[in-house]
Design a binder for this molecule. Structure first.
Ligand SMILES: [Zn+2]
Length: 118
């Protein structure tokens, strides 16, 4: 089985948490379906992650991109020379990061810096 580096696992966790906060604040609960969390992170998300189809697609895209990121250590995406996200997803993930980042700062989650990705 493929194993992820600690850096990848941390980034997946940030992606999942940010997209989940955004989806749960903005989208219809009835539209949410179970999201397939990467195997290494299943223990952290034992209760499962539920997202609407749009947010799930965005998160799958982000995880796939991070999985393939050739840069180690990975720079924050704002300072990256590659810009691997497609234009549409890039705009969307920025919105998600900004929204959820503000939420987490309001909740005192200063361990999450909202410019972690963008
Ligand atoms: Zn959503």
């Amino acid at each position: 089985m493929e194993t992820f580096t600690p850096g990848q696992q941390k980034d997946f966790k940030v992606l999942i948490d940010f997209v989940r906060v955004y989806c749960h604040a903005n989208h219809d609960p009835a539209a949410r379906e179970p999201f397939a969390v990467p195997p290494e992170l299943e223990r952290r998300y034992r209760k499962g992650v539920r997202l609407c189809p749009d947010c799930a697609a965005l998160l799958y895209h982000g995880i796939a991109k991070r999985r393939k990121c050739p840069l180690d250590p990975k720079p924050s995406c704002k300072h990256c020379r590659i810009h691997c996200y497609s234009r549409e997803y890039r705009a969307k993930i920025r919105e998600v990061m900004a929204f959820s980042g503000r939420r987490m700062i309001m909740r005192g989650r200063l361990d999450y810096l909202w410019h972690y990705f963008f």
